[in-house]
Design a protein around this ligand. Sequence first.
Ligand code: HEC
Ligand code: HEC
Length: 254
Amino acid sequence: MFKIMIGPILVASLCFLACDKEKISEDPQITLGRQLFNDTKFDNIAGQSLSCATCHPSGDMDHKKWLLPPISTDSIATPTLFGVIDTPPYLWFGEGSDIKTVTRLVIDSVLQGSATEEELDALAAYQLSLVVPANPWRNSDGSLTTQQQRGKTVFEGQGKCNVCHSGEALTGKFKIQIKKLNPQVDVPSLRWVFATAPYFRDHSAATLWNVVDHYADSVQTVQMTTWGWNTLGIYDISLTELEKTDLIEYLKTL
Ligand code: HEC
Ligand code: HEC
């Protein structure tokens, strides 16, 4: 009897210690921020009770478009907030300089509520703590398969994707106009992109295939006006079917 009991008791007390430690190690400001992020109290619009988490569940995204006056005048895609610490400026048109400013804007203007400075700081701290989860498409040691590696070569070579999507977050801290997708848009991060369909701010691409075809349709050439890395200021690529497949396999690992 004693032998049977000791195991669970030991496990229970170890877990108690470990769980307690985990609780203590989270910054209380982040804990408060998570609570507020899930709270509907900032929404002051009659008949509506939105929290941040309604559209950004667990800090991610709802895969929907919303009309959020005065931030956007057209319906626009909800972005994930994973890894958001690395991707200023914020909002599709880059008008949000930092997370606290964007949070204040959403609460004051979109939800027509109000928050104290302390609440805004906690909400910002929580969002800045959201990391990009481990990518399930990568080998367990984080390395790339041969095909994914070929796709990386396309991304950086033939596809010229890294002209705009560069650095660790695969983003660009500038706005640019893609001819078919007016107007100028802040270059979005591509991390976690396998899980963020549909794509583009207007959801005009349902899948990564549609995105790549948009950039590399060999029949109907896609052009992007740029600040001009060639004399014409035109981005023009063409990819074979194999290059497209490889590129997509690589995009899934970001
Ligand atoms: C009704 C859905 C909805 C709610 C509620 C909502 N958001 Fe958003 N959020 C969006 C959409 C849509 C965008 C894109 C708007 C744009 O770029 O014009 C966005 C953008 C953002 C961004 C910019 C991210 C980036 O990478 O550019 C941040 C930060 C953000 N929201 C935080 C919050 C916070 C904090 C709350 C709660 C106070 C909140 N959101 C509530 C839908 C929502
Ligand atoms: C000239 C700059 C530029 C180049 C080059 C470029 N992109 Fe983009 N990319 C953008 C911009 C700007 C957007 C946002 C457009 C929009 O939503 O209206 C975007 C959006 C995307 C998205 C959708 C992200 C999302 O969250 O909706 C993906 C995926 C993507 N690009 C992949 C690529 C790939 C793959 C290449 C290379 C074949 C590439 N990009 C080349 C600027 C660029």
